[in-house]
Design a protein around this ligand. Structure first.
Ligand code: GCW
Length: 663
């Protein structure tokens, strides 16, 4: 007999509700939320503010009712008062929550602060705070917190592992899928305030009037959630769809075309966020096609947009004809342009100098462009970390970069504070949005870190688990420990000791370190590991490509000598013999094998730990995770065995004692 579930149960067990489940808190904490009244301000700055505050009120009312559960209300019901134009609170999303014996006051400098304050209050209650005791104030650390969707107009998603695109261009603007509201709620709940809806490998079609009308419908739907829409701009659009025979940024006809295009978009979407551009990278058109610089290209678009919005110009560039180290190319191309970009241009830089690997050092452009706003681009979708199948909680990867000292006076986080963060979305039509339950945590963690990079990976994991799965303290402590360790395990079985880019060709799933015959040298894994019978690793010091010199002297000094380089980055910066002695006295080859073994053993531990949680989460989601962990275990093995066998084919070394032979 199959028991029929209610719609709410199905949604919850599919993972559709994400971290916004609001399970009843129970006991006295639940009781005091019962019968609570939520009162908004009487007047509003404008209709937009009123719409945003009504979202905050609606979220609070429904969220509080869910958290309250069936407890009996107190004799004198409590109240929550919203004041959304408080001159003492900064604008831009800041808020203060102050509980007292009668309930709680939420104060904000403008409507968006009430929106973020409402979600923060629900989060605090969800994670065990008592309403009347709350004293909590927050302000976002950076102004722009964007998702970048690599979604194509035909519904496919580049590097998407969660189904098709959630954007239903086919039925827009006449029909708005309800999912667009749930999506906006989830984003607003973690402070995401901008969405680039289409792929950086851009189709110029998205700039056509019919798509602008469709985008306007999304903009209208998301505005009350504080989300501005952005488009990627294909640099050749004046030629592709504009009837011009050039896209040269210096040509007045080209500048006029973009000016008219921007005006057309702003007429439909008055708060359009702006453009994101991938230019002269991996075959995309750009100003370089006409001998112009990135700054000339970006500034032409920036002047079309003017004070109305922002141009995000990506620094992810590397060229076949450039024989230098790929890790250096963006730095060499962009660092000299510091100061040349218009005020409303932000240079968007990937976290590391190559490409979203399981571990890379931070990108040398952070902190180096003193007169340019720089944003950090993170990849939430796990192109190089086992797609949506492997558990890999990415907050520790992003924290490693955000917390890094650039050597230019401050951390990466402080260097991007005037701009923001962009995360390549992991969202699709999968019922659970992200293709797996644990990948929801990466969407969540991205938003939380863009709001506040000081949060620890552990705090974020714990609050996500409590809202998503269970508040059981033992569950939260075991599973958060698993999450915190998970990315390092992926590093261990895929690319330990600073190795990188060893994934199979094209799809990047599974090992391919032996590949050496692709057309462009820097597409080949052998370009990155440089292994032969004598040694392994990429010499990026002065005796090699000298990419190390892109870093500030104090940072470069840490990585200059193989003896003193953090072993986690050893083979990124150095080529060493197979019997190289690491700081702990162990040799390189047995240490390398030990990492693969650690990765495999660690996944088995995750399986055992998760099996022990049966009964603490609903069987559906428990089973989904169990299945995926079994795949991960198999594939960690695959990575380990294939990698070791390949290195052995070069170095002829036996397996170190204690390491099991390949299966
Ligand atoms: O990581 C690489 C991906 C490409 C992607 C590119 C980029 C959108 O393999 O799929 O293209 O980076 O970031 O532009």
């Amino acid at each position: 007999v199959v028991a029929l579930l209610s719609d709410a149960q199905v949604r919850a067990e599919d993972g559709y509700d994400l971290w916004l489940r609001h399970e009843p808190v129970g006991g006295a904490a639940g009781s005091e939320l019962n019968g609570i009244t939520v009162a908004g301000p009487d007047s509003f700055a404008d209709a937009g503010a009123e719409a945003m505050v009504s979202v905050a009120l609606a979220e609070l009312r429904s969220g509080l009712a869910e958290l309250a559960g069936g407890e009996s209300p107190p004799a004198a019901p409590l109240s929550i008062r919203l004041s959304c134009t408080d001159a003492d609170i900064a604008r831009g999303g800041a808020f203060a929550l102050d509980g007292d014996s009668t309930g709680l006051t939420l104060r904000a400098g403008e409507a968006s602060g009430c929106l973020y304050g409402a979600f923060a209050l629900l989060r605090l209650l969800d994670t065990g705070e008592r309403l009347t005791k709350i004293h909590h104030a927050e302000a976002p650390a950076m102004p722009l917190r964007l998702l970048n969707h690599w979604d194509n107009p035909d519904g496919t998603v580049e590097r998407g592992y969660a189904g098709s695109s959630i954007f239903d261009w086919w039925h827009l603007p006449d029909h708005l899928d309800r999912r667009m509201i749930d999506y906006a709620r989830a984003n607003a709940s973690v402070g995401i305030n901008g969405v680039v809806v289409n792929n950086v490998n851009a189709s110029a079609m998205m700039l056509e009037p019919r798509y602008i009308a469709r985008l306007a419908r999304l903009a209208d739907a998301w505005r009350p959630y504080g989300i501005r829409v952005y488009l990627t701009a294909r640099f050749s659009a004046p030629r592709d769809i504009g009837g011009l025979d050039t896209a040269d940024p210096i040509d007045p006809a080209v500048a006029r075309w973009w000016q008219n295009k921007a005006d057309e978009i702003y007429a439909a979407i008055p708060d359009f966020g702006g453009f994101l551009v991938k230019a002269n990278s991996e075959g995309q058109p750009g100003p370089g096609d006409y001998g112009r610089t990135h700054a000339e290209g970006a500034n032409m678009l920036a002047s079309a947009i003017g004070a109305r919005g922002t141009v995000f110009w990506r620094a992810f560039v590397y060229a076949a004809e450039d024989e230098t180290d790929r890790a250096s190319q963006a730095y060499r191309e962009f660092a000299p342009l510091d100061g040349a970009f218009a005020d409303n241009v932000i240079v968007q830089v990937k976290n590391g100098p190559i490409d979203f690997q399981p571990r890379e050092p931070f990108h040398p452009l952070f902190g180096a462009m003193r007169h340019t706003r720089v944003a950090l681009e993170a990849q939430i979708t796990k192109e190089y970390l086992g797609f949506a199948t492997h558990v890999a909680y990415l907050a520790p990867l992003w924290k490693e970069v955000l917390d890094a000292e650039t050597g230019h006076g401050g951390t990466v986080a402080s260097s991007i504070a005037p701009a923001g963060m962009a995360g390549v979305a992991n969202i699709g039509t999968a019922r659970n949005w992200s293709g797996s339950h644990f990948d929801q945590a990466n969407w969540y963690a991205f938003g939380r870190l863009a709001w506040n990079p000081q949060l620890s990976s552990e705090e974020i994991a714990r609050e996500w688990l409590m809202q998503t799965f269970s508040r059981d303290p033992a569950f939260v402590s075991d599973v958060s420990a698993m999450m915190l360790n998970s990315r390092e395990l992926v590093v261990d079985y895929m690319t330990p000791l600073g190795l990188a880019h060893l994934m199979a060709t094209g799809h990047h799933y599974g090992p391919g370190p032996w590949v050496c015959d692709l057309a462009r040298p820097e597409w080949n894994p052998c370009y990155y590991h440089r292994a032969d019978k004598d040694g392994i690793g990429f010499d990026r010091t002065a005796s090699g490509t000298d990419a190390l010199a892109d870093y500030a002297p104090s940072v470069a000094a840490q990585w200059a000598e193989p003896e003193t380089t953090d072993p986690r980055l050893l083979l990124w910066f150095h080529h060493v013999p197979w019997d190289w002695a690491l700081p702990d006295g162990k040799r390189l080859w047995p240490t390398l094998v030990e990492h693969y073994d650690t990765g495999v053993a660690g996944v088995a531990e995750m399986q055992a730990m998760w099996a022990a949680q049966a009964g603490k989460v609903d069987p559906r989601r428990h089973g989904d995770v169990t299945d995926f962990l079994a795949i991960q275990a198999k594939e960690a093995r695959w990575w380990r065995d294939a990698s070791i066998a390949y290195w052995q084919s070069l170095n002829g070394l036996p397996l170190p004692a204690g390491s099991a032979p390949p299966e």
